[in-house]
Write a protein that binds this ligand. Structure first.
Ligand SMILES: Nc1ncnc2c1ncn2[C@@H]1O[C@H](COP(=O)(O)OP(=O)(O)OP(=O)(O)O)[C@@H](O)[C@H]1O
Ligand SMILES: [Mg+2]
Length: 344
């Protein structure tokens, strides 16, 4: 199973929510997960009703299965200091550099370098081992940039190629790409059952595949329940007002004349939406990727709703996939906690 799971999708479709629910679902299986954020929006802290995340890994939640969700808001400046420290042993010199404004140069003038730093930090967490040689995190889940930018964001190698052909930045980019293009990584795309996000998902998948980045699942979010059975749907979309009025009268509902029109209109609208959603489902099915679905939570996504969404993922076996390009069986690995013994 992919140890690095990247969650992208059209803006506002639920990337942050899905990433958090995924981390919780895996933690409920007994895994230790790290949820990372790269856009400085503090969306994760808000979801978990916690204070703003510092640039420091901290535990956010303990799941029923005993696993844990840790979180980190990756900040490009701090990641650069880490990086300088790692490659040049520039502890205090790094801080001096910051004062001189060198870091602004690296993070604002060269966006490619910024992305290498952000993805580099996430990949470092993916590969990090403890003294016993075990992975510190079973899974790293990234709340990633939206579909329109995800391929470029992850394809750091191409981005820095023009900037640094040799040297540590080049090597770092190569190491990052090795993780990103391996079956250790899966990029999930979140969508709604609407034309625009579905189209964006299809385009995003094409781009990711062209860049040889491993695509994971399509997560259909905010799915609304269907209220009517097939026959009623047909009647509703037909707008057969007289028939419905007669049925109401037969059922003993009197004084219903004024009610019929708005009822029929609502039913017709519902039927139309169901029809459109079916079309979008067909398009998504044609993408040939594993799918998962999360319901629309009526009251929005509170912390308890987030646990419910995580439970939905678990019921659907989400987290147990390998990336599509690879399609191989999970590799051997340690088990942790009360997990179901799926090798990570
Ligand atoms: N399954 C759901 N049911 C109800 N509300 C949801 C669901 N998923 C997400 N939302 C709500 O939709 C809004 C957008 O969700 P979220 O912030 O996760 O999207 P995003 O893709 O991360 O957005 P952005 O592109 O701004 O980062 C939030 O208010 C969130 O609470
Ligand atoms: Mg978000």
């Amino acid at each position: 199973m992919s140890r690095f799971q990247v969650v992208s999708g059209k803006g506002g479709t639920g990337k942050t929510t899905v990433a958090a629910a995924l981390a919780l679902a895996l933690a409920t299986e007994g895994r230790r997960t790290l949820l990372v954020e790269v856009e400085g929006r503090q969306g994760i802290a808000q979801l978990f009703e916690s204070d703003a995340l510092p640039y420091e890994e901290r535990r956010l939640a303990v799941a029923p299965g005993g696993g844990e969700v840790h979180a980190l808001a990756i900040d490009a400046e701090r990641a650069l200091l880490d990086y300088l420290q790692m490659f040049y042993k520039l502890g205090s010199a790094g801080r001096a550099l910051k004062k001189l404004g060198a870091i602004d140069f690296a993070t604002t003038i060269a966006p490619g370098v910024r992305d290498v730093l952000l993805t580099g930090k996430a990949c470092e967490a993916v590969r990090r081992k403890d003294k016993q040689g075990r992975f510190v995190y079973d899974h790293v889940i990234m709340d990633a940039p939206p579909t329109g930018r995800i391929t470029r964001f992850l394809n750091v190698n191409d981005e820095v190629a023009g900037l640094a052909r040799i040297g540590p930045i080049h090597n770092q980019a190569q190491a990052v790409m090795r993780v990103l293009k391996s079956p250790e990584t899966a990029v999930h795309l979140v969508t709604l059952l609407e034309e625009m996000p579905v189209q964006e998902t299809a385009d995003g998948i094409d781009e990711l595949r062209a860049a040889e980045l491993p695509v994971g699942r399509v997560v259909v979010n905010m799915v609304r329940p269907h209220l009517l059975d097939e026959e009623t749907l047909r009647t509703a979309s037909g707008g057969r007002r007289k028939e419905i009025a007669k049925a109401l009268t037969r059922a003993g509902v009197t004084g219903s004349a004024g009610l019929v029109r708005p009822l029929v209109e609502q039913a017709a609208e519902h039927a139309q939406r169901v029809g459109l959603e079916r079309e979008q489902r067909t398009v998504l099915a044609g993408l040939g990727l594993p799918m998962a679905e999360l319901p629309l939570m009526g009251e929005g996504v509170s912390l308890s709703a987030l646990y419910e969404l995580a439970e939905e993922f678990r019921k659907q076996g989400v987290g147990d996939e390998t990336a599509d390009a690879a399609g191989q069986t999970p590799r051997g690995g340690k088990r942790r906690g009360s997990g179901r013994g799926v090798a990570s």
